[in-house]
Write a protein that binds this ligand. Structure first.
Ligand SMILES: Nc1nc2c(ncn2[C@@H]2O[C@H](COP(=O)(O)OP(=O)(O)OP(=O)(O)O)[C@@H](O)[C@H]2O)c(=O)[nH]1
Length: 363
């Protein structure tokens, strides 16, 4: 082999990068490339033809007919010589008469190669990737028409390679877009989760999980919630833990907190889905029961009182409850609240651990 041929190409790094961009080396055979090789063979009346790609230290055939191998070391590749003059076809009439070209171990039907003609395959930026080539076991020439035909086939191969690269690029862009869309969706879901958490913590009491006072104000501006109060009698319930200051003083704030959670659980476990339970103050709870008359609400209150009396706490806990009925079509607010508050006051004043219903209006 000639010393000239072993010299690396000056732009070998970018040439190899250009080839790598097609991701074609070591792929399975494809009909379109096989067809080109078949045409080259028939056009040039040659016993062997190939689409050769010069990859690192080997040449690899994307398609070949008539040869006994699928790749060879680059040091044996005449195609490596062809890509050094990318603008022209390389035609060697008799390899045995030319000591400049590498000796190849490739055989056609067991016979050594004597004739070679290869047209370089170029990337759009002019890098020679390999060749479309024909080979023969006898010295010979290529007619002008055959050479031109081989050049046409090289251009067709370049189109095929470009299509492949375009498809790869589209696939890459698509998966990038999908990954981006997924990231956006994850970020949106995360934002939604945080918003929900924020909204939840803005409207819920952290200790008991019930609605807080701010949520109650919002409720009064919510037409759907207010509508529920306007078409049927409703009841407002105010609940206050008895002697809660003593609970804290005697048992500490931690147990005090536990007692408040037990009250909240008893309330939440005794009301319907449509009812609204609010931690209104420290140990005060407000329960709004739409479409509920005073008699039924009193039963609910009694249920709550009994649940609390049975709560699993290391000390007895009782509550006082005041109830007031609200007239449909009127605003539920202050008047009903005042009546419930007065009923609660009476429950406290008459010994606590009891339920008092306001009787100035009966739904
Ligand atoms: N542990 C705990 N205590 C609270 C919380 N919020 C309010 N309190 C306490 O609840 C107590 C309420 O006491 P008071 O208003 O005097 O009423 P009370 O002792 O329950 O007496 P009556 O209502 O008259 O039966 C106060 O000691 C507050 O510090 C809380 O979140 N956790």
């Amino acid at each position: 082999m000639s010393a000239v041929l072993s010299l690396p190409l000056p732009d070998e790094v970018s040439r190899q990068a250009a080839l790598d961009a097609y991701a074609v080396v070591d792929t399975v055979p494809e009909q379109a490339y096989d067809d080109i090789v078949r045409l080259a063979m028939s056009l040039c009346d040659a016993p062997a033809a190939a689409i050769s790609l010069v990859d690192h230290d080997r040449q690899w055939f994307k398609a070949q007919i008539g040869l006994d191998v699928r790749q060879t070391p680059r040091s044996e590749a005449i195609c490596d010589r062809a890509i050094r003059q990318p603008g022209h076809a390389l035609v060697i009439h008799d390899l045995e008469a030319q000591s400049l070209y590498p000796r190849t171990s490739m055989r056609i039907d067991g016979q050594p190669l004597r004739f070679y003609a290869g047209v370089p395959l170029l990337s759009p930026d002019g890098h020679a990737l390999g060749t479309v080539c024909v080979m023969d076991v006898r010295p010979r020439r290529l007619r002008q028409g055959q050479r031109e035909g081989l050049e046409v086939l090289a251009r067709q191969t370049q189109h095929l390679l470009e299509l492949r690269r375009y498809a790869l690029e589209q696939r890459r862009l698509l998966s990038e877009r999908e990954a981006l869309a997924k990231r956006l969706e994850d970020a949106r879901a995360d934002l939604q989760r945080r918003n929900d958490q924020l909204e939840h913590s803005a409207t819920h009491d952290a200790l008991t999980g019930l609605l807080n006072r701010a949520a109650l104000s919002q409720l009064r501006e919510n037409p759907a919630a207010m509508a529920k109060l306007q078409h049927a009698p409703y009841t407002l319930m105010l609940l206050d833990v008895d002697h809660f200051k003593q609970v804290n003083d005697r048992h500490g704030h931690l147990l005090g907190d536990r007692a408040l959670r037990a009250v909240a659980d008893a309330v939440a476990g005794s009301i319907r889905h449509d009812d609204v339970a609010v931690r209104y103050g420290g140990e005060e709870f407000l329960i709004l029961l739409p479409d509920t008359r005073l008699a039924s609400a009193t039963q609910v209150a009694e249920r709550i009182r009994q649940h609390i009396a049975r709560a699993a706490l290391p000390f007895p806990l009782t509550v006082s409850i005041g109830l007031a009925a609200g007239e449909p079509t009127r605003d539920w607010s202050e008047r009903v609240f005042d009546r419930a508050d007065q009923a609660l006051y009476r429950a406290k004043a008459t010994g606590r651990n009891r339920i008092v219903a306001d009787d100035t209006w009966r739904g």
